[in-house]
Design a protein around this ligand. Structure first.
Ligand code: ADP
Length: 260
């Protein structure tokens, strides 16, 4: 008997993932499927588990039960001790399937913009210095920073540093880009330039899962919005539905009221 694959299999398939820190359950049976080219925005009150979910997808955190698959392959790790058996190099390779950009830019301060991008390309992807430099320059150009390749992070504005952070993540050619409140640490006037980069990546078909409080951006850049509350998915749907006034979900209503 042959079983045909589903017509549109999920690129990222998070299925029934639960996770506790001590006695506190921070993810309660979370399921989320993301297809290729989708931009999914995760919103929700502070402490609802958004960051933990992204960290589980990117191996920065283990989970207790359920599964996380990318392209059908289990990626995250359940807390069964498997992490200890994997070398840091293997973990770095698997992590590279998903690029992650953080709120704090996390650039290496002693490396230039190009150097920050080249590091993973050389160490994880095994590129030569010349190849890595060419890729770094390409992506710096793509985020509007071709002229800053040899600048140190301290010589860049917060918005520019975050654009380098995004360039560093996409240069590794991840299947999915995870963006965790990437504009939250920025001065308001620098938010737009970073969101513009995200928007152009979305237009190019990059699959993304992002956590953000930028509701206007979420509304026009996302294919789907997921509202998390108390560690679970409380509502999910197209932006017009989730951010609209018709929604019959009291928690979501009161959460959104803060942004109006
Ligand atoms: P959000 O991103 O929605 O603000 P988080 O995923 O950061 O939520 O946090 C969810 C819950 O898990 C919070 O109650 C937080 O305090 C707790 N938490 C997160 N990381 C840890 C940790 N390393 N140890 C213990 N508790 C944690």
């Amino acid at each position: 008997m042959s079983i045909s694959p589903p017509a549109n299999p999920a690129l990222l398939d998070i299925s029934d993932v639960s996770k506790s820190f001590g006695s506190v359950e921070v993810l309660r049976s979370v399921s989320l499927q993301v297809t290729r080219g989708e931009v999914v925005t995760v919103i929700g009150p502070s402490g609802s588990g958004k960051t933990t979910l992204l960290r589980c997808v990117n191996f920065l955190e283990s989970y207790d039960s359920g599964s996380i698959r990318i392209d059908g392959k289990e990626v995250g790790f359940r807390d069964t001790g498997t992490r200890q058996r994997r070398s840091e190099r293997d973990l770095a390779k698997m992590r590279a399937e998903t690029g992650m950009v953080f709120q704090s830019f996390n650039l290496f301060p002693h490396l230039t913009a190009a150097g920050n991008i080249m590091l993973g390309l050389r160490k994880v992807r095994g590129k030569s210095s010349t190849e890595a430099r060419a890729i770094a320059e390409h992506w710096l150009g793509r985020v509007g920073l071709a002229h800053k390749a040899d600048s140190l992070p301290a010589e860049l504005s917060g918005g520019q540093q975050q654009r380098v952070g995004i360039a560093r993540a996409v240069a590794m050619e991840p299947k999915i880009l995870l963006l965790d409140e990437i504009t939250s640490a920025l001065d308001p006037e620098l938010v737009g330039e970073v969101l513009e980069v995200v928007r152009s990546l979305a237009e190019d078909g990059m699959t993304m899962v992002m956590v953000t409080h930028e509701m206007a951006f979420a509304r026009d850049a996302s294919s789907r919005i997921v509202f998390m509350a108390d560690g679970g998915v409380s509502a999910a749907g197209p932006p017009a539905e989730i951010l609209g006034t018709e929604i019959d979900n009291e928690r979501l209503r009161s959460f959104l009221a803060r942004f109006r």
